[in-house]
Design a protein around this ligand. Structure first.
Ligand code: HEC
Length: 122
């Protein structure tokens, strides 16, 4: 009885510690999407862009990855929106595969990705 109680306590402490570690991670250079949870581009991102840009499939710059995004941000927002609409060979498909998205909705998704890397919470 006492032993299983101790086990539970230990598990609880471990979980608590994990939460602290994960919490600290958020303060690092890779900003979690939860920091920009209210963003208008978030829903589209999660529906269409997430599959490639969260794991970094085929060289896709990962959400919140400052290093991967630095050269992209240097191009400026307008160019990033353009390459989202037209696609960017070889890996980035036109419209990020969201053919029902308007240009504005795609721009919102790009803004969300920019906000994630700049750590803007809005
Ligand atoms: C099938 C995978 C895939 C999907 C889905 C996808 N992307 Fe990408 N994206 C990529 C890859 C790969 C690159 C890197 C292209 C390169 O530089 O060669 C990229 C690059 C980008 C860039 C940087 C463009 C530049 O000019 O440097 C932006 C912005 C972007 N994607 C936005 C989006 C948005 C917004 C969506 C959703 C609407 C989306 N992507 C969906 C794979 C994807």
């Amino acid at each position: 009885m006492l032993n299983s109680y101790k086990g539970l306590l230990r598990a609880g402490l471990t979980l608590g510690l994990l939460a602290v570690i994960v919490g600290c991670d958020n303060a690092g250079p890779v900003v979690g999407p939860e920091l920009v949870s209210g963003h208008p581009g978030k829903a589209r991102y999660n529906e269409y862009c997430y599959s490639c840009h969260t794991p970094g499939i085929a060289g896709a710059p990962r959400l919140g990855d400052a290093l991967a995004w630095a050269p992209r941000l240097a191009k400026g927002r307008a160019l990033l929106v353009q390459s989202t609409i037209k696609g960017l060979a070889p890996g980035m498909p036109a419209r990020g595969l969201c053919y029902s998205c308007t240009d504005e909705e795609l721009a919102d998704a790009v803004d969300y990705m920019i906000a994630a890397v700049e750590g803007v919470s809005n």
